[in-house]
Write a protein that binds this ligand. Sequence first.
Ligand SMILES: *Cc1c(COP(=O)(O)O)cnc(C)c1O
Length: 340
Amino acid sequence: MTQELDWANLSFGYIPTDYNVRCYFKDGKWGEIEASQSESINIHIAATALHYGQEIFEGLKAFRGKDGKVRVFRLEENAKRIIESAKGIMMEPIPVELFCEMVKKVVKLNERFVPPYGSGASLYIRPLEIGTSAQVGVKPSEEYLFLILVTPVGPYFKGGFRPTNICIMREFDRVAPKGTGRWKVGGNYAASLEAGHKAHSMGYSAVLYLDPKEKKYIDECGPANFFAIKDGKYITPASESILPSITNMSLKQLARDMGIEVEERHIPIEELEFIQEAAACGTAAVASPIGEIHDIDTDKKYVVSKDGNPGPITTALYNKLRGIQLGEEEDIHGWNTVIE
Ligand SMILES: *Cc1c(COP(=O)(O)O)cnc(C)c1O
C-alpha cells in the first residue's frame, strides 16, 4: 500500500498508518504502553479536555536519511517541552523516558510510512495529552490519556524555497500577556483560527503577532517563531507570550556555530525597516522566508526581500539544519535519535 503513496505530493494532512501508541494515567500512575490499530478513542462525555480545554500537544518529525537510517530530530527537547505545557495547565507531566520510548516505538511500528530519502517528505509525529476524568466542576482532571499518532507529510516547499508575505493585524491576539502562549496548548490555536483565516483570505501566508500587552514588539508568526538577520546578526524575540520553538533553538545554535552573533531581545516593529532577512521557523518548514510584512492598520509595507529571493544566511541555516536531519551533515550536537 505504501508503494502507492505519492510522497513528494503529500499535503500536511492526515493519512492513516498502522499503529498509534497510548498510555493512561490512573490511580496516580502511568500504565503500560499500548499499541493500537484503532483510529478512535473512547472518552467520557464529561472529560475535562472536552469542557475546559485540558489538551496539550507536540509536533516532531522522523526522516529517512541518506544512509537509509530513520532519525527523529530532538525528541528529548519535545519531551521536556510537553512537561512544561502539562504543568502550565495543571495536567499530569509525562516522564521524559516514557515520552521518548513511545516516540521510538510508534516510529518503529510505522516504519513503512517513513518516506524515502530524497522525496522531501517526512513522518510527522503528533504526541497528544488530554484530561479524561468525568467532572463538570472546574478543576484539573485526575486521569489522563497520552497518545502518539504519526502520519506522513509531504515537503513544505512544493513550489521551491521561496519567500511569502505576512501581515500584522492588531485586531486579534492569540494569547494573553501572562497567558498560555509559552505552552503548546490547543486553545491557543482555537484563538488564532479567525485571524489566520482572515490573513489567508487576504493573500498572506501568516499573521505576525505583536506582544499582546503593548503591541509594540514582534512576538511570533502564527504557529512559528520569528527571526530576522540584521547587520549580520540573528535576532529573535524574547517574550513571555511565545512558544519556545525547538527549530529556533537549533537555528540559533547553528548560527553561533557559523560565527553569527545571536540576540534574543524585544524587537520593536519599527526595527523591521532595518532588517535584511526574515523567516518564520518551526518543525513544519524549518524556516519559511518572508518577502514583505504588511502592517494592515497603518498601511505600512516592510519589504524584507528586495530581490524576491530568500536571504543568504536564512538559506545557509535552512540547508544546514535539513542536512543534519537527513544524515547528510555531521550531527555534532547529537540532535538525532536513530531508530534501530
Ligand atoms: C509548535 C510551535 C512553534 C514551533 O516550534 P517547533 O518546536 O520549532 O516546531 C512555534 N510557535 C508556536 C505557537 C507553536 O505552537
